[in-house]
Design a protein around this ligand. Sequence first.
Ligand code: AMP
Ligand code: MN
Ligand code: MN
Length: 343
Amino acid sequence: MTSGVRPQTQPPAYGVREADWRRAVELVRDAGEVALVCHVTPDGDALGSMLGLGMALRRAGKRVTASFGDRRFSVPRMLSFLPGQDLLVEPARYPAEPALMISFDAPTVDRLGLLAPNAGKARELIVMDHHPSNTGFGTLPLVDPSAASTSMLVEELMARLGLEIDRDIATCLYTGLVTDTGSFRHASTTPAVHEMAARLVATGLRTDEIAREVWDRSPFAYLKLLGAALERATLDQQAAGGLGMVWTFVPRADRAAYCLPYDECEGIIDVIRRSDESDVAVVLKEDDEGAWQVSTRSKGQVDVGRACTALGGGGHVRAAGFTSHDSLEETIARFRSLIGPSA
Ligand code: AMP
Ligand code: MN
Ligand code: MN
């Protein structure tokens, strides 16, 4: 951080080295074509950060390609309102060896899925991320765990590039901010978060419509899926040295029965983690390939990010995840063993 008081209308400087910001500005300014990628099964921060910068770069005259490396390439329903989706191409149509590639919200190269090989072949790979578990991959990592969202780093890069944020771009960046802070509820909600929100809201974006799209609607079948997941929730009060763990799972057969895609399971963890009796909450979601995608949360006493990183995933102290190809029982037992001794 630089010292001194900054005017509140400017984005704050993050813990990225000044020389790295300058290099990023040079690389982007000199590029005619930029290939953007975000992590697989994108959330609001991953897709919002990517599309927001993508629209600004296109307006600045660059040729922009954006994608994410899922085998089933589709934008989650809850993010279908995001502007800029005409930038998206399927992974198969993505440049094989981009001169300049920028990755968003991915702590490891594996999280780029089908596009990880393209990232490996990119001449320059700028990595914009805020996960403490980021491995430092890429030729230019712009990683700051003190940022509440990757979209905060994108706002700073745009300011340094002199790119204006219009309402559509603001909608994308705000979606990243509001989803990663859990609607300004998580501990990551600093004054800088609210200041950025104020700048974005001033463009005229609709906070009410974004909130409704992201949190307050779903197909009726989701209520049934949620009901089944709640029905099989287990409270394990001995886990994590007596701090407790509540957990449940969503087999793909449930989703098939209700004709719901995988991304509809994302909100279940926010209901499960309410339980007063546990510091830790876990939802295991079986994806279309039969692997368990494990979402974990803590109220702060247990570092779930460390446990998930040890299991090949990543994340933050209070919100993290990993992928498991083992059985449900083995997967939950391994995670349980990593969050501390039983009481
Ligand atoms: P989620 O539970 O999917 O909302 O993810 C919570 C946090 O953990 C986010 O910061 C994700 O980026 C991170 N995360 C989730 N799954 C993985 C994974 N398989 N590998 C690395 N990080 C993950
Ligand atoms: Mn993310
Ligand atoms: Mn994020």
